[in-house]
Design a protein. Structure first.
Lengths: 533, 314
């Protein structure tokens, strides 16, 4: 008895090791599409309304079985890196990690898209447009002509910077909205003295992304750059290294001063998102900086939640980072390209047939009526009314929509970054309309600020090898730099600042500067030099 | 149905017979064996990419060989010696603080007479082992963060301190926090082997010691400790062999940019130098380097132990 039982057990275990693959060959193709997962409560990206809609209207008629593969939004680059190496990535992938894509072009790991687009993607090509397609072109075979290796999503709103201040605090202090650094500092100090957020008042906070620690900081620090000493060439050569440009040192000295006066969030660099979030929602902060629409988003409404905790509390956009050398309130903005879309070969797992299906799927998404459904969902559920222009209004917040109808416009309809209604004017008008009516004026103001004296972020049209080799090392040193120069004893500031800059140069920033300078001199650059604004 | 297994049939056929007799057991063993072959031995071939300009698309057999270039590139990076030093120091501190505690704890647990109390304390001590470092990291922040952490907030409120204790924000205090949290997490789990070793000690020895007039402490010193000496030695050798290895999650989660120079270890360095930019060959090169040094260390520890008259692990 025992013997036969153990035999059964062994066989069962052996059987479970052999993966049973369903044999279905009736002309159907399975297309696995990457889908970012932001862990929105109740929203399952692998089984969502958008998937079922696309399956019914695109998949079934074309004999394509759509599968959405969930990948965490905030670690997408790392996850995709591993999956591509293992040949297990989805058939249609997207990423913000341009460096990764450059490498896979070099590895010959991607489908070339020229012929596929020509034959199966006329709507897609029209939607993206010639200029945007150029972002994804590189001359891999060095025949003097560039081939299409990836597609860039179309970014409808290039606004990036949202700086917010407490309207109720300004009122309590009887102060005007700050317009430059000095008046902003006065606001922070007055707020602290009056303890407007209670004992835990934190006048200034900014978000720190571990993967790129200075990304948000330059919004404030760039106000200190002395552009009389910065050439266009320097601007491109020092892209991503603004702390090394003339004048920047004073920015960090200013942060150091704020920190020691208790005006800056003390634990700004000790990552604890939950503590930060709760401080934000409980109204302890007098300033924070994120995306232009951040306080009022339907998936997480900071304004609404703060109001609930602190009656009368209100975020408004502020435009106070004035650069004296230029006489401008600088704001960085995105280039027209959104995330990058690729069809990897996956070591043969993604067949030519699937590559065709992938382009067909994107072509289907690019058609206005399909995009409208995939971005907006159903009237009466996801939104309640439509304007005369055909723009949905009274958009329901995520928690007001049943789980089965929850959706994420940008992540699933990934070829468009932003809601698309057919023309630039309509798209711009729609931005505010997709929010709660109460907040629309504040949102419009925030977008106006974000577009003031805006310079487009720098990128290069050739792969920068030094970025691949040293990028992560440099970013890590920048994080250390920020912590050290902000928290150090003011008397030691100069010495520590110089030492940290030297450290950053030593781990590869020197090579990066040279490579970027070379790319600039070769004319392989995109973006704006603020001195030319 | 006992088969004839007399040894005169030759060594080979005796082995074969033994297998035939207990074939079910051998069949059962196939699975763990397959596991080791598939997941521990087969991937070893992959270390070869450490010597290549690796192209994951073409695979190992289509990539170019570049000798020791990856090793040179990585070891020339200024962060490499820092990460190496931190790895050794943190592991050494972990060994000094963390090694004796499970032994002491096991002896204490063994002396508890009430089995209910004993079982409850054991379970409570094991629990932290099952917590993920992500959870522990969150707890550490709640407890030790400046100003808002429970410890600092309380002490500041009571006026016992004027300034925050920099548990997480300065080099040495961070190292000590890191080590002690590690000890807390693993000490209960570490007692398991010692407890079973203590159970294996012949009770008559304790009885004899008692008759000779030995008190509790003397019994522990002269009977319990010598009784588990071989277990202690084996675990010590294995621990020394792990000196070059450090987990990724614990330093990554407990670290922050303020103590970057103290919390950057080989695993986090490899993550930056290799994984984030798909530089798998470079990551492999460091991994191979770690393994070779680990092998040398464990061999030396074993050699020294044998010289000292202990059993060693092979």
């Amino acid at each position: 008895m025992k013997k036969s039982l153990s035999l059964v057990l062994v066989l069962a275990m052996l059987l479970s090791m052999i993966s049973v693959t369903a044999l279905a060959d009736d002309g159907w193709v399975e297309l696995r599409v990457e889908a970012y997962d932001r862990t929105i409560a109740g929203f399952n990206v692998e089984d969502c309304w958008q998937l079922h809609y696309a399956q019914e209207h695109f998949g079934n008629p074309n004999k394509i079985k759509l599968v959405y593969v969930s990948i965490p939004r905030w670690t997408e680059g790392e996850v995709l890196t591993t999956q591509l190496a293992g040949g297990t990535a989805p058939d249609l992938c997207m990423t913000y990690n341009g460096d990764l894509i450059n490498q896979y072009i070099e590895f010959d790991g991607l489908y070339q898209l020229d012929a596929l687009l020509e034959e199966y993607g006329p709507n897609l090509k029209a939607f993206l447009g010639e200029d945007l397609l150029k972002f994804g072109q590189q001359d891999r075979d060095e025949d003097g002509e560039k081939e299409q290796w990836f597609l860039s999503a179309r970014r409808l709103s290039v606004a990036n910077v949202g700086n917010f201040i407490r309207a109720d605090w300004l009122k309590a202090l009887d102060m005007e909205k700050p317009t430059d650094i000095a008046s902003f500092e006065a606001y922070l100090r007055a707020a602290k003295e009056a303890n407007l957020g209670g004992q835990r008042t934190i006048p200034m906070h900014f978000d720190l992304y571990e993967s790129n620690p200075l990304y948000n900081i330059v919004r404030f620090a760039d106000a200190f750059i002395d552009f009389s000493q910065v050439t266009e060439e320097d601007w491109y050569a020092y892209s991503g290294l603004h702390e090394m440009l003339p004048g920047s040192k004073e920015a960090y000295r200013w942060f150091n001063k704020l920190y020691h006066e208790g005006l800056l969030y003390e634990n700004f660099d000790i990552n604890d998102d939950t503590a930060t979030d709760s401080a934000l929602l409980n109204g302890y902060f007098g300033f924070f900086s994120m995306q232009p629409d951040q306080p009022w988003r339907t998936d997480k409404n900071y304004q609404k939640e703060m109001e609930a905790a602190v009656p009368g509390a209100e975020w408004v956009s502020v435009n106070c980072f004035y650069n004296e050398s230029l006489g401008k309130h600088l704001h960085d903005q995105y280039a027209a390209n959104g995330l990058s879309i690729i069809i990897p070969k996956n070591g043969g797992a993604t067949t030519e047939e699937k590559a065709i299906a992938a382009v067909k799927y994107m072509d289907w998404l690019a058609q206005p009526e399909n995009m409208f459904m995939m971005q907006n969902g159903l009237e009466g559920i996801n939104y309640l009314e439509v304007t005369a222009d055909g723009i949905p209004t009274k958009v329901q917040s995520a928690d007001a929509v049943p789980d089965a109808n929850k959706m994420h416009a940008g992540d699933i309809c990934f070829i468009s970054n932003g809601l698309y209604y057919g023309s630039d004017e309509k798209n711009a008008a729609a931005i505010a309309l997709s929010f709660d009516e109460k907040y629309q004026a504040a949102i419009v103001e925030s977008y106006v600020h974000a577009g003031t004296d805006a310079w487009t972020q720098v990128s290069f049209s050739v792969p920068i090898q030094a970025e691949t080799d040293y990028g992560a090392m440099i970013k890590s040193k920048q994080g250390e730099f920020l912590s050290k120069v902000v928290t150090c004893d003011p008397a030691e500031f100069d010495a520590i600042y110089d030492a940290c800059i030297q450290d950053t140069l030593n781990v590869g920033a020197a090579e990066l500067i040279e490579a970027q300078r070379e790319a600039y001199l070769d004319g392989e650059f995109r973006g704006t030099f603020p001195g030319n604004l | 149905m006992v088969k004839d297994l007399r040894p005169n049939k030759g060594k080979f056929s005796a082995d074969l017979l033994a297998i035939l007799r207990d074939w079910q057991l051998y069949l059962m063993m196939l699975l763990p064996l397959a596991f080791y072959v598939l997941f521990c031995y087969k991937p070893m071939v992959g270390v070869l990419i450490g010597f290549q300009k690796f192209n994951p698309v073409g695979g190992m057999w289509k990539s170019n060989w570049i000798g020791l270039e990856n090793f040179r590139f990585v070891m020339k990076m200024p962060d490499f010696p820092v990460a190496l030093g931190n790895t050794l120091l943190l592991n050494f501190m972990g060994l000094i603080a963390g090694f004796p505690i499970p032994i002491i704890l096991a002896i204490l647990l063994n002396e508890i007479k009430s089995s209910k109390v004993k079982r409850t304390s054991q379970t409570l001590l094991y629990l932290p082992h099952f917590l993920s470092w992500v959870i522990i990291g969150g707890m550490v922040l709640q407890i030790f963060a400046p100003t808002t952490g429970v410890v600092n907030a309380t002490l500041l409120k009571w006026g016992w301190i004027d300034e925050n204790i920099p548990f997480l924000t300065e080099g040495w205090p961070w190292r000590i926090t890191y080590t002690l949290v590690g000890v807390w997490q693993s000490m209960g789990w570490g007692t398991i082997l010692y407890l079973s070793a203590i159970t294996g000690i012949n009770m008559e020895l304790f009885e004899a010691a008692r008759i000779d007039g030995a008190n509790k402490l003397q019994q522990i010193w002269h009977v319990t400790l010598p009784g588990i000496r071989s277990t202690i030695v084996v675990l010590l050798i294995l621990n020394v062999g792990q000196m070059m290895n450090i987990s990724f999650d614990r330093p990554y989660i407990m670290g922050n940019t303020r103590v970057q120079a103290y919390c950057d270890v080989l695993s986090t360095f490899v993550y930056r130098a290799g994984i984030t930019n798909a530089q798998f060959a470079r990551a492999t090169a460091i991994g191979l380097f770690q393994s070779v040094v680990g092998l040398i260390m464990v061999s030396s520890a074993n050699f020294v132990t044998k010289r000292l008259g202990e059993d060693g692990i092979w």
